[in-house]
Design a protein around this ligand. Structure first.
Ligand code: NAP
Length: 332
């Protein structure tokens, strides 16, 4: 038995979370039993959906974490003990936000880290990249020649989605992000044709200027004003993937906050929600498709990395507030 740190929920946030809503506690880590593994976590994934699980909600998709209990997020680590998976194997699992995890062998996935940094399995080759792939190939497939708009475009999913939309045939890819530095990154590093600063620009006007013939597809990560602007600029029979609604995550009941949904009636739009968990079986096909792009450098994978378990609360508050470019990660 060893002692190690884990992140626990102390207070359910009322509105935007603060670092003091969490504690980093020292706990005893049990030895792995038969069929189990002990994993020393090396990378933790910091994701906005965790905010939904801090509420005392009845959601079956985002069930609440217990007060004074640990938070579980995705992680990558190394097997250090147990009889079920070879010691030394690099694995991923969903019992992170702690230094060590004891897991049933069925709850870890052994990773091939040959030529790929292990943390890529939390970003471009993890649920982040898979979300973008599922959206653009199944939920609202991108078609050759499409004009595509993506919000939270400099974030984890958005940075993959913009590049993937282009690879899959989009003619024009427009992204929005908060602040001039991120907007520059969109255009200079991530292959977007146009970057819109949603905080500074007149959003609907900037979007109409960027897509003078209208939008074919909007990948919505935020809801609110950006969804309203996209609904205005979408072409008749345009498509919207409802992927996230971060503008509403700090409310007791998350909402898309749109005032303009009647545009969907007028223009016969298709709006389709998604959960990446429905697409886990498509991860291998996506990794096979994207691997050559990663190897030849044509696919950029930006990361924002904080160090050590004590940085997790700051990283989490940061990802909700836009402190990240690309994937928000904590390295242990
Ligand atoms: P992310 O984009 O890396 O980080 C969140 C970003 O949201 C921040 O960096 C910030 O960027 C932006 N943001 C925060 N508050 C905002 C606001 N009020 N208005 C506009 N933008 C705001 O996170 P991610 O992991 O890639 O996730 C992006 C979205 O997709 C989230 O809504 C997430 O819940 C959703 N998602 C859904 C699924 C699914 O299965 N449905 C899977 C993965 C992710 P700026 O600096 O640009 O504001």
């Amino acid at each position: 038995m060893i002692t190690a740190h884990e992140v626990q929920l102390v207070t359910r946030p009322d509105g935007a979370p603060r670092t003091t809503d969490f504690r980093v506690a020292e706990v005893r880590v049990p030895d792995p039993g038969p069929g189990q593994v002990l994993v020393r976590n090396t990378w933790l994934s910091i994701d906005p959906y965790i905010r939904l699980m801090l509420n005392d909600s009845k959601s079956a998709v985002f069930p609440p974490f217990a007060l004074n209990g640990p938070i579980d997020g995705a992680a990558v680590g190394e097997v250090v003990a147990g009889d079920a998976v070879p010691v030394g194997a690099t694995v991923t699992h969903f019992r992170g936000w702690r230094e060590y995890s004891v897991l049933d062998a069925g709850d870890v996935r052994v990773l091939d880290v040959d030529g790929v940094p292990p943390q890529a399995h939390l970003s471009v080759f993890g649920t982040t990249g898979l979300t973008a792939y599922a959206v653009l190939t199944d939920v609202t497939p991108v078609r050759p020649g499409d004009t595509v708009f993506i919000s939270a475009a400099a974030g984890a999913v958005g940075s993959v989605a913009g590049q993937l939309a282009r690879k899959l045939g989009a003619a024009r890819v427009i992204g929005s992000a908060g602040g001039p530095a991120k907007v520059r990154t969109l255009v200079e590093d991530l292959g977007y044709d146009v970057g819109i600063d949603y905080r500074a620009d007149d959003l609907a006007r900037a979007l109409a200027d960027a897509a003078p013939d209208g939008l074919d597809l909007y990948v919505d990560h935020v809801g609110g004003d950006q969804l309203d602007a996209a609904l205005t600029v979408l072409k008749p029979r345009g498509r919207v993937a409802l992927v996230g609604a971060i503008t509403g995550y700090n409310e007791a009941t998350p909402t898309l906050s749109t005032r303009n949904l009647f545009a969907a009636v007028e223009k016969e739009l298709t709006l389709r929600g998604m959960q990446v968990t429905s697409y886990f079986d498509r991860l291998p096909e996506y990794v096979e498709l994207a691997s050559p792009w990663l190897r030849d450098g044509s696919f950029r994978v930006p990361e924002t990395v904080l160090e050590g378990i004590h940085a997790v609360p700051e990283a989490f508050v940061g990802v909700l507030g836009g402190a990240n470019t690309g994937k928000m990660l904590v390295r242990l």
